[in-house]
Structure formats: structure tokens, C-alpha cells
Design a protein around this ligand. Structure first.
Ligand SMILES: Nc1ncnc2c1ncn2[C@@H]1O[C@H](COP(=O)(O)OP(=O)(O)O)[C@@H](O)[C@H]1O
Ligand SMILES: [Mg+2]
Length: 607
């Protein structure tokens, strides 16, 4: 520009800078002109190219004029201002573009934020559906486990049933045979007896008849004689009356009938009252019975009907015992059932062992299984009855012998009243009650079966031991039984309510089978009752928790608690046993001293 306005240093005479096409002559391009305007280097081929240089000339001229002009400075100023305006414009555009860039950045951030939010929503949706799926899986697992258990139980039951059926069949055939044989023998004996008696009777008949006739005649004679004597006193009218034999006999018959009527009415009422009393009322010593009373049947007709038509099931259902003991008890159950069917004599049974090992449970189940009625009395109830004990005991046995189905009389905690009569310091009343009990159980019965349960059978009177036909010892459960017990009661009180969604109890996820085994190992020495209570404690702790979910930790805490409590009980028991031993020792030594006449004082050396 400066060259245009003449401010710069001109390099060519014409004021045109070298290399500028403005300085080129119009028709004669210079030797270096070809390089300047992109012409091909071969100058011979430029004929067609025409450049109008007049405009340049005009421009140069105008520039010269402008330089000469007085307004050249203003023009320069204007041009500068124009340049500045252009720069400002340029800057404004740059700023605009920056603002636009900023806007773009913000837009980008917003979009990426939006994307992130969407991704998170998708993720939470995914997690939720995953959790639901896992929950479904867990439930499926519970129900599968239940179904598997049910299948196993069903198989066990089927196996048991098959073995029972087989055993029953064998026993039944043996018993049938025995029964048949016995019946035939009895028949033959009775027949022989009847025949013998009939023969003797026939032989004696005529003799007896003659004797009776003579006796009657003699009697009549005597009566007549005495009446005749009295008649002489009473007068002729009475004489006429008694000489008429028909009148006398009619009178005698009338008087006899009146006497018989009064007598039979008196005794008949007493007997029937006793009969009704024995049949209707439950004796006070009996705590629980399956026998129906009339009032109960009227009050609960549906329950009664159910009980009457209920089919007896396996006597050992739900009772977990050592296989050997289980087999023995099963044999007893089968034998009892057959005894009932064949109306044979029941065998008396003693079950002994530590508390909580299933004695009561089995006795009840046995009664139900054999189709008999059962009545439970407990030994501890007898002593407080005092002198009423004897009557109550007789009433109980009267009532027992009226049962049509046969009655299983179960005496729980039997040692409480069947104690040794000589050694123990028992009251006179209790001794009398025990005697009544012994009297009523002296003979084998076809009406009732006696089942005694005791933790200390060694305290029994010898006469009681004599009445026992079968003794079964119930032991504390070993590891195997404990595992079965834990599983059974965990299922009953925790798993089943959780899967059936009864209440709010839920189970955490863990391997239940493994846990049950672990717990069985931890609970050595605990009885069946303690284990069942432990399962109830699990249930209670789940209900008490906020979520209602039973976790492994909660289970373990309950187990530790039970184990601690059991240990404490053992210590108490040992202490009381030691005291008892000391007391027995003291009694024994004083008795010995008394019998030898040597007192412990005498033994002391003289001071
Ligand atoms: N062998 C067992 N199998 C299953 N449950 C048992 C067993 N032993 C005890 N129990 C549980 O303990 C409870 C009490 O048992 P129970 O028969 O009264 O004991 P016992 O008469 O020997 O003292 C039963 O109701 C049952 O829940
Ligand atoms: Mg009991």
C-alpha cells in the first residue's frame, strides 16, 4: 500500500515494485515475466494470453493524483480507521466464535450428563431385575428342597410300611396259629368238662331229686306241724285258713316277692349308679384321655366323629430314636395291636431313661396306633390325694375296665408313688394307695395295658418290677439322632413357615443341611425336648428381629444359649445327686449301727 501512496522506497524507475505485474509493459513481457505470472517458460506460446494493463496504469495514475491531493493524509487516516474497524470486526467475530465454542462445550456436558443418568437408570433397572431373579431362584430352591424332603420321607415311610407289613404278616400268622391252637385246646377242654359234668349230673340227678323231695316233704311237715300248734292258739278261723294249702302258698309267694322286690331295688340302684359313674365320668387321677364322654361327644360332634373314624398310623411317626430301639418299639406296637385284635392279655411295659427323650410321646402314639383308648395319669398327683387316694385308684381301674376298645393306662413319672414300701419314708395313705394299685394290677388283664415311664426306675417297689413284662431304655440322642432331630424341628418351625409364608418369618441364604449337621455336633448331651425348644427359639428370635429374617448368626447364638443352659442343669443335677448319695450313706450307716447295736458314739475312744 505504501508503495501505492509513495511512502515506501520505490525500487523501479516507474515506482512499481519488482515482480509486480503492474510494472510490466503491456505487450512485451520481460525475460523474468514468465516466472511472475505463471506463464509457461516457453515464451513462444503466449500469443493467446492478453492482459489489460490499462487498469493498472489508471490505478497508478490515480495514486499519483492522490499523492498530490491535499486529502491524501485524510484518506490514509480513513484507510487506517477502516483497517482498525476491520480488526475490531475480526475480534468480535473471534469472540462470537469463542462464545459459540463455549455454548457447544456446555451442550456437550449436558448431553453427557444426560447419558450418564440414563446409564445409571438402566443399571439400577438391571440390578433390580437381577435381585428379583435371584429371589425367584432362592424360592425355587426352597420349594425344591421341600419337595426333595417330602420325597425322601415318602420313601422312608413306604419302606417302613413295607417292613411293618412284612413283620405284621409274620407275627400275625404266628399269632393266628397260636390263637387257633389255644382256641382248639380251650374248646376241647371245655367240651370235655361239660361232658364230664353232664354225665355226673345225670348220674346224680335222680339221687338229688329224691333227696330234694324228701327234704321238701320234711320241711312241709315241719311247717304244718308248727302252724298246727300255733293254730290251736289262734283259733278255729285261722285254722281253717291255714289248712287251705292254696291260700298259704299264695300268701308265702306274695311275701317273698315283696321282700325280693325291696332287696333287688336297693342293690340294683347301687350297682347301676356305680356302673353309670364308672362309665360317664373321668376319674380325678386321669389327666388326659382319648375316651369319649357323653357330654364331650355332644359338645364336639365333629371332633368326636373324626376321632372315631381316624385310621391309626405308624406308632413311631415323628419320633426319632436309635434304629435298634425303634425296631424294638415297633415290635411292641405290633404285638399290642394283635393282642387287642385277638382279645389276649396285655403286656405291661416300662419305659425308663432321661427326661425329654420321647417316652410320653411314644406311649401316646402307641395307644393311638394300636386302636386303643389311652389315659394318662401322673405319679405326682397321687400323694396329695391323701386318704382319698385309695378310692381314686379303685375308681380309675373300674373306669379302665369299662373301656370297649381296651385302655392303655400310662403312668408318667411313675416313681413318684410306686416307691419302695419298706425303705422309703412314705406316708400311710400313700402306702395304702400303692397297695390298691398293686391289688388291681396283680393279674394280667385283657382290659387295660399298663405303661409306666420313669427317670428313676431303681426306686420302684419290688412288687412293681414283678408286674413288668417288657422294659425299654430311652437314651439321650447320639450325633446321628441329633442331626435328624435338628433337621426335623428346623423344618417344622422355620423352613416350612418360611416357604409357606405363614407369618413374617424368612430364612437367610445358607446351606441348611450343613448348618443342621454343625448344630448337631454342637449340641452333645441335649435331649430331644431341648432340641425342639431350640428350634422354637430360632423361630422366636426371627419374629423378634426387625426384618423377620433368620440368619446363621442368630441360630448360632440360640444354640450357644441352649448349650450353656444345659451345662448349668447338668451341674445342678450332679450336685443334687451327690447330696442324695450322702443322705443315703448316712441313713445306711445309722441303720447298720442300730442293727449291730454299735453306735458311732460308742466307737469313739474314751476320753
Ligand atoms: N426321640 C424324639 N423324637 C422326636 N421328638 C422328641 C424326641 N424326644 C423328645 N422329643 C420332643 O420333646 C418333647 C417331649 O418329649 P416327651 O416324650 O414328653 O419326653 P419324656 O416323656 O421322655 O420326658 C416331645 O413332645 C418332642 O417334641
Ligand atoms: Mg414324659
Amino acid at each position: 500500500m505504501s508503495w501505492l501512496f509513495g511512502t515506501g522506497k520505490p525500487t523501479t524507475p516507474g515506482g512499481v515494485p519488482p515482480g509486480s505485474f503492474g510494472g510490466m509493459p503491456p505487450d512485451k513481457p520481460g525475460a523474468d515475466g514468465a516466472n511472475q505470472i505463471g506463464q509457461p517458460p516457453s515464451g513462444g506460446k503466449m500469443e493467446k494470453y492478453s492482459f489489460d494493463s490499462t487498469a493498472l496504469e489508471r490505478a497508478a495514475k490515480a495514486a499519483k493524483e492522490l499523492e498530490k491531493s491535499a486529502h491524501a493524509k485524510d484518506a490514509l487516516q480513513l484507510s487506517k480507521m477502516q483497517e482498525e474497524t476491520k480488526q475490531i470486526e475480526q475480534q468480535r467475530k473471534m469472540k462470537e466464535s469463542e462464545a459459540y465454542k463455549e455454548q457447544l462445550r456446555i451442550e456437550f456436558a449436558r448431553t453427557s450428563e444426560e447419558e450418564k443418568r440414563k446409564t445409571m437408570a438402566e443399571q439400577s433397572k438391571y440390578h433390580k431385575s437381577k435381585a428379583e431373579y435371584e429371589d425367584r431362584l432362592a424360592r425355587q430352591r426352597y420349594s425344591d428342597q421341600l419337595a426333595q424332603q417330602a420325597r425322601q420321607e415318602e420313601e422312608m415311610r413306604a419302606k417302613n410300611e413295607a417292613s411293618i407289613a412284612k413283620q405284621e404278616q409274620m407275627k400275625k400268622s404266628t399269632m393266628d396259629y397260636e390263637y387257633d391252637l389255644r382256641r382248639k385246646n380251650d374248646m376241647a377242654r371245655v367240651e370235655a368238662e361239660i361232658k364230664g359234668k353232664a354225665k355226673a349230673d345225670r348220674q346224680n340227678h335222680d339221687l338229688i331229686k329224691e333227696q330234694l323231695r324228701i327234704k321238701g316233704q320234711e320241711h312241709r311237715q315241719t311247717v304244718l306241724e308248727s302252724i298246727k300248734t300255733a293254730g290251736s292258739v289262734l283259733g278255729a278261723g285261722f285254722q281253717a285258713f291255714i289248712s287251705d294249702w292254696d291260700k298259704v302258698t299264695a300268701m308265702a309267694a306274695g311275701l317273698t316277692m315283696v321282700a325280693a322286690g325291696v332287696y333287688s331295688a336297693k342293690y340294683g340302684i347301687g350297682v347301676s349308679a356305680r356302673f353309670i359313674e364308672a362309665r360317664l365320668g373321668k376319674p380325678s387321677l386321669v389327666r388326659e384321655t382319648s375316651r369319649l364322654t357323653v357330654t364331650e361327644a355332644l359338645r364336639h360332634p365333629i371332633k368326636t366323629a373324626k376321632r372315631v373314624y381316624a385310621k391309626p398310623d405308624d406308632a413311631l411317626k415323628g419320633i426319632i430314636l436309635k434304629p435298634e430301639l425303634e425296631e424294638r418299639l415297633r415290635d411292641i406296637a405290633i404285638a399290642t395291636k394283635h393282642t387287642k385284635q385277638n382279645k389276649g392279655f396285655y403286656r405291661n411295659l416300662l419305659m425308663h431313661g432321661p427326661p425329654g427323650t420321647g417316652k410320653t410321646m411314644f406311649a401316646k402314639s402307641l395307644a393311638k396306633h394300636s386302636g386303643m383308648d389311652y389315659a394318662i395319669m401322673t405319679g405326682g398327683d397321687v400323694a396329695p390325694m391323701g386318704k382319698d387316694g385309695v378310692t381314686a385308684m379303685h375308681k380309675t381301674f373300674d373306669w379302665a375296665s369299662t373301656s370297649k376298645r381296651g385302655l392303655l393306662l400310662f403312668v408318667d413319672e411313675a416313681d413318684a408313688f410306686l416307691r419302695k414300701r419298706k425303705k422309703e419314708h412314705i406316708s400311710e395313705d400313700l402306702r395304702a394307695t400303692l397297695n390298691a394299685f398293686l391289688y388291681r394290677t396283680g393279674e394280667q388283664s385283657t382290659k387295660f395295658m399298663l405303661v409306666l415311664a420313669s427317670n428313676q426306675p431303681e426306686q420302684f417297689d419290688w412288687a412293681i418290677n414283678d408286674r413288668l413284662d417288657e422294659m425299654v431304655e430311652f437314651m439321650s440322642p447320639t450325633l446321628d439322632e441329633r442331626e435328624r432331630l435338628v433337621r426335623r424341628y428346623f423344618d417344622l418351625y422355620c423352613l416350612v413357615p418360611a416357604t409357606e409364608k405363614r407369618g413374617r418369618l424368612r430364612l437367610d441364604e445358607f446351606d441348611y443341611g450343613k448348618k443342621c449337621l454343625e448344630i448337631a455336633k454342637m449340641t452333645e448331651g441335649l435331649s430331644g425336648r431341648e432340641i425342639s425348644k431350640l428350634a422354637v427359639a430360632w423361630q422366636a428370635s426371627a419374629y423378634a428381629s426387625e426384618t423377620g429374617v433368620l440368619t446363621e448368626a442368630m441360630m448360632e447364638e440360640c444354640v450357644m444359649n441352649s448349650v450353656r443352659q444345659h451345662a448349668k442343669k447338668v451341674v445342678w443335677h450332679e450336685e443334687s445327686a451327690a447330696t442324695e448319695m450322702r443322705e443315703i450313706g448316712a441313713t445306711y450307716s445309722s441303720e447298720k449301727d442300730a442293727s449291730t447295736g454299735v453306735s458311732s458314739v460308742k466307737k469313739d475312744p474314751p476320753s
